[in-house]
Design a protein around this ligand. Structure first.
Ligand code: HEM
Length: 429
């Protein structure tokens, strides 16, 4: 006899799926604290979605993520998708649940082959070569911040642009095309936020929302196809060249896969880093004592970087599906079950983090899982940490004081999001 899986009460399940939840700070924390305490591993039963396990405990997220053979990324939708959207995607793609084919949608054996193409490029020893250039760029944006005369919206005026420029340089996108890239990324990740998406409206119509996402992807495709042709004709030492000239099983990489690859690097590579950088500024404004600690001891900057990433957790979830029956936290996960890894919850798990809601630049250890874990562990984590460390090293030298200058807010997004507005007032040297 097998018992039915525990069901997450609908009110909590709707909270987990609703993009608006993630714009409500500290409401998200309250929601997940309750789920961790009362339903640490339970299945949803809400009408618009196929049932899925809501995985909220740090240990469970790690246990699933590290077993990529048992919990697949590509078999079902990789991010939370309604039944209707899933059916419509499949009808557009001839059965696949994915509109795009990047590393995050792949499993063994392809995943390893595609990841191996760029893995070395993103390793610390190679990424370190970028440090000098990253510092030049950081100072450019810090100078602009100083020129604003003591007030700015830190996310829209500073944090959005710096990681964008870094990633665009490594992809070989010229500066004049950057506004277009920024807009496309925001339209992709901000599809659920009427202030960020392409239509400027709430997305009630699934077909219209999908058409919008496909149009955004098509724009990315057209743009990057040009870069592929260019890097094949004239190779450089950037990551675009590595992708354009990559081979899989001795064959030149397909153009769909190449363009998908640029798109994931272009999109995953800056929004998340911008959000985490702004999250750090938010944390410092809300906790002046932490700012004072950093001013007194800049050796704490790497701690600030990790804590900013934990506190913000810009990637809200990824999905997995089970290949076999599996015992987890006293429950039986069945082969084929869909599972949501709730990173913001794992990063507040009181069994792992002391005082998990506090923003502490000297938190040690800081075993956050904002970069995921296992075979899909964030490819760009060393680059993201380098960018953030360098920005804070340069900024803290000049920033004498900083405080909120208005109400900050988060974007409405259940996949990738973070601060949307962060008005600050500051004194700089
Ligand atoms: C603070 C910043 C960042 C955060 C929080 C973050 C988060 C994540 C997470 C959670 C995953 C795991 C996906 C999964 O398990 O399915 C991931 C994968 C990935 N990230 Fe990041 N990321 C960040 C910055 C970057 C940057 C700068 C790049 C630039 C190249 C990047 C590129 C990627 C790629 C290509 C993958 C897919 C890896 C794979 O599936 O093998 N990320 N990231």
């Amino acid at each position: 006899m097998t018992s039915a899986p525990p069901t997450l009460p609908d009110e909590l399940a709707w909270g987990v799926v609703s993009p608006k939840t993630y714009a409500d700070y500290p409401g998200t924390d309250r929601l997940f604290a309750r789920i961790r305490a009362e339903h640490p591993l339970a299945m949803t039963a809400i009408p618009d979605f196929d049932p899925f396990w809501v995985v909220t405990k740090h240990a469970d997220i790690l246990e699933i993520s590290r077993q990529n053979d048992k919990f697949l990324s590509g078999h079902l939708a990789t991010t939370l998708t309604t039944k209707e959207a899933d059916a419509r995607v499949r009808s557009r793609t001839g059965g696949s649940p994915h509109l795009i084919r990047t590393l995050v949608q792949m499993d063994a054996p392809d995943h390893l082959k595609y990841r191996a193409m760029t893995q070395a490029w993103f390793m610390p020893q190679n990424v370190r070569k970028l440090e000098e250039r990253v510092r030049v760029l950081a100072n450019k944006y810090i100078d602009q911040m100083a020129d604003r005369g003591g007030e700015c919206d830190f996310i829209n005026d500073v944090a959005l642009h710096f990681p964008l420029r870094v990633i665009m340089e490594i992809l070989g996108v010229p500066e004049q095309d950057e506004p277009r890239m920024l807009k496309l990324t925001q339209e992709l990740f901000g599809a659920q936020d009427p202030e960020l998406n392409r239509s400027g409206e709430e997305q009630a119509d699934v077909e219209a929302a999908l058409a919008q996402i496909q149009a955004v992807l098509m724009d990315f495709f057209m743009y990057f196809n040009q870069i592929t042709l260019d890097r094949r004709a004239s190779p450089t030492d950037d990551v675009a060249t590595v992708i354009a000239n990559g081979t899989i099983d001795g064959q030149e990489i397909g153009s769909f896969e190449a363009v998908s690859y640029y798109t994931i690097v272009a999109t995953a590579g800056h929004d998340t880093t911008s959000s985490s950088t702004a999250g750090g500024m938010w944390g410092l404004c809300a906790n002046p004592g932490e700012f004072a600690k950093l001013k007194a001891d800049p050796a704490l900057i790497p701690g600030l970087v990790d804590e900013s990433i934990r506190w913000t957790t810009p990637v809200k979830h990824f999905m997995r599906s089970a290949t076999e029956d599996y015992q987890l936290r006293g429950q039986t996960v069945r082969a084929g079950d869909w599972m949501m890894l709730c990173y913001p919850s794992g990063n507040r798990d009181e069994e792992v983090f002391d005082d998990p809601y506090a923003f502490r630049v000297d938190r040690s250890p800081n075993k956050h899982l904002a970069f995921g874990y296992g075979a899909h562990l964030c490819l760009g984590q060393h680059l993201a940490k380098l960018e953030m460390r360098v920005l804070w090293e340069e900024l803290l030298k000049r920033l004498k004081s900083v405080e909120f200058a208005g109400e900050p807010s988060f974007s409405e997004a259940n996949f990738v999001g973070g601060p949307k507005r962060l008005p600050i007032r500051y004194v700089m040297e």
